[in-house]
Design a protein around this ligand. Structure first.
Ligand code: NDP
Length: 280
């Protein structure tokens, strides 16, 4: 469909979109938002039940969605995800590589091979192989959009998150490399780097710190002290003074996915409330 015949309120009409990690947090907000903008959305996550719940909620709003169980650490499962998308929607137009884990906060010397592989395979390897699988549809048609959900941790060090930082810096490098190699095929590749966004990934820290603040208590355990220090550091450094919301990331993804961003590729868009330049 040409952009001229696409209704302004549905800028992504007729475009099939895979959102990995679409069952919770940022990915769920992205899936909902892109569906509202007219995209046919494939919600992918390891828990197919969670993905089905989100797809059903989108469908209940009258938009198009389906769920696929997929562990992005496994290339064979990625290939099945793309095949299922083609079967239902014909081809893949947009990929949002959002699935990500940040399972441990540890001194670098304490990170073992299994934890490293889990983080790198989810956050980086999965994004590469889903992008290349989808590119088989995009290259012959001369168009496509890939959006990689990176992190401020990809541009700045975050304490005790070395494997996560490496995965997100790698994802930013991958974004630039794919943008470079695929511009000739009309594929735009974007990185979006969220700051601290209120999701399950950081729910424990927020709940502990906000509970202490609400009760007027001081931390009484090392875990509480760690959570309070982290929380105060986030809110204190973020120029806009708060955690972001998943919907605030989804709004920017919707823009990057649309023709409004047609002259952008290979850039890292910071959506961090000013965290990166804060701290002064
Ligand atoms: P959540 O932990 O809330 O959700 C993670 C999502 O990814 C879930 O849908 C989960 O579903 C899915 N997922 C995890 N592992 C895999 C896997 N191997 N294969 C497929 N799906 C997987 O995370 P957020 O919403 O907080 O984060 C989303 C993205 O944003 C991540 O890439 C994260 O690094 C990034 N980010 C988040 C920030 C934040 O403050 N929250 C800040 C900066 C970046 P399931 O478990 O069923 O597989």
């Amino acid at each position: 469909m040409s952009s001229a015949s696409r209704p302004a309120s549905k800028p992504l009409a007729g475009r099939s979109t895979i959102v990995t990690g679409g069952s919770r947090g940022i990915g769920q907000a992205i899936a909902r938002r892109l569906a509202r903008d007219g995209a046919s959305v494939v919600v992918a996550a390891r828990s197919v039940e969670d993905a089905e719940r989100v797809a059903a909620e989108i469908a209940a709003d009258g938009d198009a969605a389906m769920a696929v169980g997929c562990d992005v650490r496994e290339v064979a499962q990625i290939e099945r995800l793309v095949a299922a998308t083609r079967e239902r929607y014909g081809a893949v137009d947009i990929v949002v590589n959002n699935a990500g884990v940040s399972p441990l906060s540890a001194e670098p010397q304490e990170i073992g091979e299994a934890a490293w592989d889990d983080i790198l395979d989810t956050n980086l390897k999965g994004a590469f192989f889903l992008s290349t699988a989808a590119a088989h549809d995009m290259i012959p048609r001369g168009s496509g959009v890939i959006i990689n959900i990176a992190s401020i941790a990809g541009v700045m060090p975050i304490a005790l998150e070395s494997a996560y930082c490496a995965s997100k810096a790698g994802l930013i490098g991958l974004t630039k490399a794919l943008a470079h190699d695929w511009a000739t095929y009309g594929i735009r590749v974007h990185a979006l780097a969220p700051g601290y966004i209120a999701t399950e990934m950081n729910a424990g820290v927020r709940q502990t710190a906000e509970g202490l603040i609400a009760r007027g208590d001081s931390p009484s355990t090392p875990d509480e002290a760690f959570a309070k220090t982290l929380y105060d550091g986030v809110v204190g450094r973020t120029l806009l003074g708060r955690y972001g919301t998943p919907e605030e990331i989804a709004d920017v993804v919707a823009f990057l996915a649309s023709d409004a961003a047609r002259y952008m590729t290979g850039a890292v868009t910071m959506v961090d409330g000013g965290w990166t330049i804060g701290g002064g």
